[in-house]
Design a protein. Structure first.
Length: 323
């Protein structure tokens, strides 16, 4: 079943001149030609919990200026949140630390964070975490409409995808704010990315890659992943002020996000293969700890995740035993 989005919830406007608007519609069809229903909608993000690879995305977009259908340009992006990559890089960074540095995670978390966080920031590439699989800048026609379709290729990663439509630019001064995007990544997104990935890993460790458990775990976090991806995408485009008709965009432009997870069981198997058995055992303990404390799947923004901290403690003990 198709879902339609219109406008920008909570939009902030900087003036009273004519205004732009965006309407979009998206439908997903299985390889067998069946229309796939979305499972739920959270804060204007429709979510499909599990779809097969090689499904086809069909979209339709309408741009408007001053209440009239108007030709303009929009940006389309298909992006995947690559949890396998996050798990791999976190493990690699931990392996570069000395026993003394790891010990700081127990003795002095602030001192440890000063060592560990910059190392992770240096190697965890935002464009690899939120990986653009496909993107295009298209022009709507004279009636403000553009339509298209895209089939998910079998070689693309399994995991949580976002199809995003961005409508907004500054006709007077077109420039993206790269520094702002980087700052947003380092200060706001990095800790959350680690937490979200850790929660899924914990589920894999405790329940294996059973379909039901993985679908439930990823579905619980899909909105947070989609919201992060959308915010990061918005910072990449920079300021949005007026279009070529002189009509205002809301601050940040229009950003419509449709979220779906491609074969979560296959993604879970890839994550499981990316981690050592030792670390999988540790994450199982993390899952028990989170449930015991009643913290749910999401711990919140912190300088370092509990997941990472417990992995470090295990590595410290393991190195002491080996020594």
């Amino acid at each position: 079943m198709a879902y339609t989005l219109s406008g920008q919830p909570g939009a902030s406007w900087t003036g009273s001149a004519c205004r732009t608007n965006l309407k979009t519609k998206l439908n997903i069809t299985s390889p067998l030609g069946k229309k796939l229903n979305y499972n739920f909608v959270k804060e204007q993000i429709p979510i499909w919990e599990s779809i097969p690879a090689e499904s086809t995305i069909e979209w339709e977009c309408l741009t408007m200026s001053d209440g009239k259908k108007q030709k303009d340009r929009i940006n389309l992006t298909l992006q995947v949140f690559d949890m396998v990559y996050v798990a791999q890089v976190t493990d690699q960074v931990l392996d570069t630390l000395t026993a003394e540095q790891l010990q700081l995670a127990i003795d002095d978390v602030d001192a440890f964070t000063e060592i560990f966080q910059p190392k992770l920031e240096a190697v965890l590439v935002p464009q690899q975490v939120f990986k653009n699989i496909w993107s295009d800048t298209v022009q709507t026609d004279d009636s403000g409409v553009t339509k298209g379709s895209l089939t998910l290729q079998p070689q693309w990663p399994r995991g949580q995808y976002n199809f995003m439509v961005h409508y907004g630019y500054d006709a007077e001064s077109e420039a993206s704010d790269k520094d702002k995007a980087i700052e947003f990544w380092v200060k706001e997104m990095l800790p959350i990315v680690i937490e979200l990935t850790a929660a899924v890993i914990a589920t894999i460790a405790s329940a294996g890659i059973a379909a039901g458990a993985i679908v439930i775990a990823t579905a619980a976090m899909t909105y947070d992943m989609a919201n992060l991806s959308s915010q990061y995408q918005q910072t990449r485009f920079g300021a949005s002020k007026v279009n070529y008709e002189g009509c205002l965009f809301p601050a940040g432009g229009f950003n419509h996000t449709y979220s779906f997870t491609v074969e979560p069981e296959a993604e879970a198997a890839d994550i499981q293969a990316a981690l050592s058995p030792e670390n999988m055992d540790v994450v199982s303990a993390v899952n028990s700890y989170i449930q015991l404390k009643g913290m749910g799947y999401f711990i919140g923004v912190a300088s370092i995740s509990i997941f990472t901290l417990l992995v470090l403690i295990n590595k410290i003990k393991g190195r002491k035993r080996d020594g």
